[in-house]
Design a binder for this molecule. Sequence first.
Ligand code: AHN
Ligand code: ZN
Length: 328
Amino acid sequence: MKRIIYLLALPLLYFSCKSNNTPSLTADYVAVAPSFNEDSAYQYIAEQCAFGPRVVNTAAHDSCGNYIADKFRSFGATITDQYAESKLYDGTQIRMRNIIASINPEAGARIIISGHWDSRPWADHDNDKEKHHTPIDGANDGGSSIGVMLELARQMSIQPDSSKVNIGVDFICWDAEDCGTPTFAEDNGDGNTWCLGSQYWSKKRHDDGYRARYGINLDMVGSYNTVFYREKGSLNYAPNIVDKVWATANNIGYGNYFKYDDEGGYITDDHIYVNMGGIMCIDVIGSSTDGASFPSTWHTANDNIKNISKETLKAVGQTMLEVIWTEK
Ligand code: AHN
Ligand code: ZN
């Protein structure tokens, strides 16, 4: 009798574990979104990189901010700028600009899709120590998120009225995410030196009564050899949104990118501050396929346009379009 119970219990145990780690897939899922153009997203990344590193307090940064706002405006978005000041780890005063690009600004039902637009002032993870004080292009780290977001906005703008979506989307471009204390400096332990733009926004929204159903933050969504694990902070704050995004990706054939088999670690990123500001938000952040937490170009001089994969951009962009198009 004991053995029979064992035999019955085993498959049950197996399935209960599995259900934890398997997205709610829909058999014969029929995709509804238009086709995401990865060439176009790639071009927007190249155009950002052409300004030079988008380091806070530099002319290249400011010019690229104007480029991003103008580009979103050309896709019909209404731009709200949030200018603010903050301080780096060493006390340096910085000027920040969070750029909020709203599609369908009148719609009550809204979602946030965000990513940071600044690039890191220091390649402090480069193998070559000489480069540790050199700013990075941030093609992947920063550029890829904005490139994908611009193409999402363009797709929303070019659809015929009959197939346009009615929900509102706020594309939020965070500034000063990536100027956290460099490895060569002493951390003064005075709070979190990363994500300064989203930290500011979490305390003072760009619009007092602002509400959104949820947010999806994109970070490093364009490198080769990248996969996306379900990040722990996202699972804590917004497990159902994680499931929705990963299930959508798997349903449309990107299960090779959106991995459900392992949980990722906890990452302090802009989504954490959106959650602290009272809107649930997840992070879609690239990990390396070799098991390292971040892509191999992370905070190195190799984070440039040559190391951007159109295939990765397509996997993320198409998934995001499908999420937008199925939001009721
Ligand atoms: C930290 O390294 C503390 N957070 C990772 C967030 C990040 C940096 N994303 C891109 N660059
Ligand atoms: Zn970074």
